[in-house]
Design a protein around this ligand. Structure first.
Ligand code: GDP
Ligand code: MG
Length: 352
């Protein structure tokens, strides 16, 4: 397709998009997911007015009930007449009619509701973590004007932690089977959680996990403040430490104490309370100015993503670089070089 035809196609797509037609959103997502020519310009156009929507991330280990909980939460928001976007980064996500037959009915309930737009993505970044494309799809949903966007990421190392790059409020979903609070601490979940949910509250170990998590949170707020890494680009540890004068758990007026809730995603138990807590967190984000900090941290990540990707694209598209790559391979094969010497030559050319 030539540039004019492409630009006509994007104009048509953008008209639908800005008219609030899901067709426009769906097409925009396809363009972005496939990195079709002009996708950056498209994103630039729709993102020009800045972030608008409330973004809530759900993360945690596979099988914790994140999808079930997102479905339950989405159903509640629909009762409040909110329009929702849902992005699920999970290859086993049942939204798309996947493996979990038992969940079909519940997921189908929400997936046929025109007030909800659901997109499942199996993609992961090549460097681990959330793919730039995933964040872009969330950005598209944000710009589309949903009242809220729910993002589910499956808990596998970095992906789990990177949900902060897509969401304002991070709900970490655990279950008794997923291990104890120490493991959650080691996995870095204490740093990213705005809300802990112990799902499958109907299972035996749930009360114990709740207790452990609360203790771990108190400990962390108390003695370990100085060790807390910056969260969303904000050094909460430093901010909270200044205020502390006693050994009581930190809870100063400006702070947010991470609550530990319990839910049963299958019976809806605790789901209303979760919605209330998400609302409270929203109020705190806005009143404390933290939302602005988080958006800035997110903007920095997004800029890096785009630069990284464009650098790679520019590098490997260049004929010069392709030639140097071939020469490098010849040198290595002749015993005359290493990947490092070859890369040095290429980098020298690129950065000249
Ligand atoms: N007993 C019980 N099972 C649940 C609950 N929530 C989810 N499940 C089940 O746990 C399994 C995994 O749920 P799913 O939502 O796909 O988890 P995900 O991998 O975290 O998205 C499914 O069989 C669900 O029906 C719960 O609160 N209690
Ligand atoms: Mg899931």
């Amino acid at each position: 397709m030539n540039a004019t035809a492409r630009s006509d196609e994007h104009q048509a797509l953008l008209k639908h998009f800005f008219d609030g037609k899901v067709l426009g959103l769906a097409r925009a997502i396809t363009v972005v997911e496939n990195e079709r020519a002009g996708f950056q310009e498209l994103l630039h156009t729709v993102m020009a007015s800045g972030p608008q929507t409330k973004r809530v991330g759900f993360t945690g280990p596979p099988g914790a009930g994140k999808s079930s909980l997102v479905a339950a939460v989405a159903t509640e928001y629909r009762k409040l007449d909110e329009h929702l976007g849902v992005v699920a980064v999970d290859p086993t996500s049942p939204y798309s009619g996947g493996a979990l037959l038992g969940d079909r009915i519940r997921m189908n309930d929400i997936s046929t509701d025109p007030g909800i737009f659901i997109r499942s993505m199996a993609t992961r970044g090549s460097l681990g973590g959330l793919a730039a494309t995933t964040k872009e799809v969330v950005d598209l949903m944000d710009a589309f004007g949903f009242d809220r966007v729910l993002v589910e990421t499956v808990g596998v190392g970095q992906t789990e932690l990177e949900v902060t790059a897509a969401a304002d409020t991070v709900v970490v979903v655990l279950v008794p089977e997923s291990g104890d609070a120490i493991q959650a601490m080691k996995a870095g979940l204490m740093e990213i959680a705005d809300v802990f949910v112990v799902n499958k509250a109907d299972r035996p170990g749930a009360p114990r996990l709740v207790k452990e998590l609360r203790q771990a949170l108190h400990l962390r707020a108390g003695s370990a403040l100085q060790d807390i890494p910056a969260h969303h680009g904000v050094d909460l540890g430093q901010a909270m430490k200044k205020e502390r004068t006693t050994d009581a758990p930190a809870k100063e007026p400006e702070g947010w104490s991470v609550p530990v809730l319990t839910t049963n995603a299958l019976t809806n138990e605790g789901v209303e309370k979760l919605l209330d807590t998400i609302s409270e967190h929203r109020v705190w984000l806005e009143e404390s100015g933290e939302i602005e900090q988080r958006r800035r941290a997110r903007a920095a990540i997004r800029i890096r993503d785009v630069v990284d990707r464009e650098m790679r694209r520019v590098a490997w598209k260049s004929d010069d670089v392709q030639r140097l790559l071939r020469e490098g391979v010849e040198e290595i094969s002749a015993g005359d070089g290493t990947p490092y010497s070859a890369a040095d030559v290429i980098l020298g050319t690129l950065l000249r």
